[in-house]
Design a protein around this ligand. Sequence first.
Ligand code: LLP
Length: 424
Amino acid sequence: MTWAPFTWVGGVLHAEGVSLEQLAEDVGTPVYVYSTEMIRRQAARLRETLASVPHRIHYACKANGSLAVLSLLRSVGVRVDVVSGGELYRARQAGFTPDEIIFGGVGKSAEELGDALDAGVSLISVESLEEVELISRLAAARNVVARIGIRVNPEVSVESFHEYIKTGEKGDKFGVPYDQAEKVGLRAHALPHVRLCAIGMHIGSQLSQLAPYGHGLERLEALIASLRAGGVDTLTHVDIGGGLYVPYNGEAPADLSAYADTVLPVAKRLGLELIVEPGRFLVAEAGLLLGRVLYRKHAGGRDILVTDTGMTELLRPSHYDAYHRIASVRDGRPQGRFDVVGPICESGDFLALDREMDDASPGDLIAVFTAGAYGNAMASNYNARQRPAEVLVDGSRWAVVTRRESYAELVQREVSTPDWRASA
Ligand code: LLP
């Protein structure tokens, strides 16, 4: 049996050694609960997978940017990948030093790029020729040399569960189109305030097949060969992005040894240090969302559980039709078939539809699993909902690492009486 972060002990679901019934009493619901041990284990598994080549793991913190999660990952030797000035700020607040940070993203503003240069991040991953030129000007004005990588769109076909999370196909907005990449690379190489250090790709998220990594890498390899032939002698890294598959409903997990077989020989052949940017893989299974059933309705032949949590805390079911397993915190319940919905005034506000699951009544606690990635990170204040608390568990210890948002915080940036200014 593999180790699991969430198990039933004496009929009650526990996160490591902590009863979720007790936790809900103490902290209230909805609350995200994360297992430190699971995060450590995933980081260690990935590190072992890549051990035979020089590598860096840069956690894509868009998956879960909570300071405690960031600082936990940093404590086990993981670096970070940020995609906005806000994420750069978060990463710095969590203790990451600039040399541990990659700054990526399809639409970085001049201000964000300036911040990244001022901080001295280890790499800026660029996605267009215009961005290279802009960085060159910003770096020249600061009299620094910007270390950049080019994110290439290798234009391979990928399998993922939803169109919205595929990124490496022809015509996608991400990356430099493959047929323009050599030109962009040579131009970057010619600019005195830019150093071309890396070539990379990110082809999508929750990838169920490994072949696209292989196809993408073949294309990167060919590109690197022609850049080298064109005189580029500054490359130190090849970046293969994130995308590792995570099981949400008992599927087979990502085959890490097949991943290694696909990726590591290329890194060795190229003689470049490998960069990976996992998000979901490190944190998804370590987290669950704990909520409480408020009401139970019967309508149009359906049994509906109205809970105190929904799309404002976990958008994935309504946005991507994503599946998240749901169970009662008390085990041994008979099975039923339910729509599990939230309190938001939207028909699209659901966690599961027509789901065979534990029967539940008002007052019962439910756990929504595999919610550690792209859960709280995508939470919103719609309907003036307070964003939820987050709790980190470590063995039998637990701590609130994000307190529930207060009503006052909901309005603190606003004024009810405008401070009018005259137009010039
Ligand atoms: N690197 C880049 C450049 C990315 O855009 C992403 C994710 C990652 C790394 C990390 O990918 P991962 O290892 O987590 O698959 N909100 C969606 C997922 C969007 C992923 C966006 N980019 C979801 O909830 O499924």
